[in-house]
Ligand binder design. Structure first.
Ligand code: ZN
Length: 130
């Protein structure tokens, strides 16, 4: 037995192919009787997404040596000032060392990729007749 499809016009200009639940005239998205419930669910989803964005915004981006230097300086000074535990500072600085190496390696890899591209372009240019 095949379920009926919605058929309501979509934003893309086609017709909705979602199944219509038994006893309904349209799919959940296009049923006017479900509009309030769908809107409430979207608001909840939006609220969760906003909360996630706020949390992510609180995380420091340590993706450049400059950002790491600033953060490292703060950790050292806070440790000396007694507001950051010595063990926490030690673990943090250890992690920063690993992070800095990873950033350096990523940059080195970028430079090598660019050099290979430049060498290839030069070789192609030399092969071309003047
Ligand atoms: Zn629909």
């Amino acid at each position: 037995m095949s379920q009926p499809t919605c058929g309501a016009p979509t934003k893309a200009g086609g017709s909705c192919r979602a199944f219509v639940p038994p006893g309904r005239t349209a799919c959940v998205s296009h049923d006017p009787a479900m509009a309030a419930m769908v809107a409430a669910a979207r608001r909840r989803g939006g609220t969760m997404a906003a909360k996630l964005r706020i949390l992510e915004g609180k995380r420091l981006r340590l993706d450049s040596p400059a950002a790491e230097v600033k953060f490292t300086s703060n950790v050292v000074q806070d440790c000396l000032g007694g507001t950051v535990d010595v063990d926490v500072a030690r673990t943090t600085l250890y992690g920063l060392g690993i992070l800095l190496k990873a950033v350096e390696q990523a940059r080195q890899s970028d430079v090598e990729t660019m050099l290979a591209e430049v060498r290839q372009l030069v070789a192609e240019a030399r092969r071309r007749p003047a």
